[in-house]
Design a protein around this ligand. Structure first.
Ligand code: HEM
Length: 139
């Protein structure tokens, strides 16, 4: 073996060794972050209301159709805006007409304000769940 061959062999060993060390330390970091992630999941399951999204039927939405009990749906998300109905700068009547509605509420807000105004729903109301048909649900 000449000097050049030995140099190349040492170089290859150093590169492969370096790669192995880097990879195993990378896996350690990954394991640590996985554990941290699991802890986070474990913590968040303790506050169950944050992790479960309710499915709300059209019938349930339609039952909340007054100024003192007002749910509305926009793009499939249902919000309880009861506490805000009386604070709407455009008056409560504009909203009371569309309490309990999905399509009619969307048309009303899009027509009056444009779709971007609906982005304020999480701020002015409480997210209640997702509008959907529950297969086999008994009412
Ligand atoms: C999340 C829902 C809604 C929010 C956050 C909202 C917010 C506002 C705000 C801030 C104003 C004051 C004027 C302005 O800045 O444009 C306003 C006015 C008004 N809103 Fe709404 N609104 C909502 C839904 C609706 C709906 C569904 C209607 C039904 C047609 C409506 C009808 C009106 C009317 C008639 C006015 C007064 C005229 C005008 O300024 O456009 N709003 N609303």
């Amino acid at each position: 073996m000449n000097k050049a061959t030995i140099t190349i062999a040492v170089f290859i060993v150093v590169i492969i060794g370096g790669l192995l060390i880097w990879r195993s330390s990378g896996l350690e970091v990954f394991n640590v972050s996985t554990e941290a992630g699991q802890e986070t999941v474990a913590e968040s399951t303790e506050s169950v209301p944050n992790t479960i999204v309710s499915m709300i039927s059209e019938e349930t939405l339609a039952a909340h159709n007054t100024g003192s009990d007002c749910w509305v749906s926009y793009a499939g998300s249902v919000y309880d805006i009861t506490d805000w109905v009386g604070k709407h700068p455009g008056g409560e009547d504009a909203l009371i007409r569309v309490c309990g509605e999905s399509t009619a509420f969307e048309e009303a807000i899009n027509g009056q304000h444009g779709p971007s105004r609906a982005e304020r729903l999480p701020e002015v109301g409480t997210f209640m769940g997702t509008l959907g048909i529950i297969e086999g649900a008994q009412s």
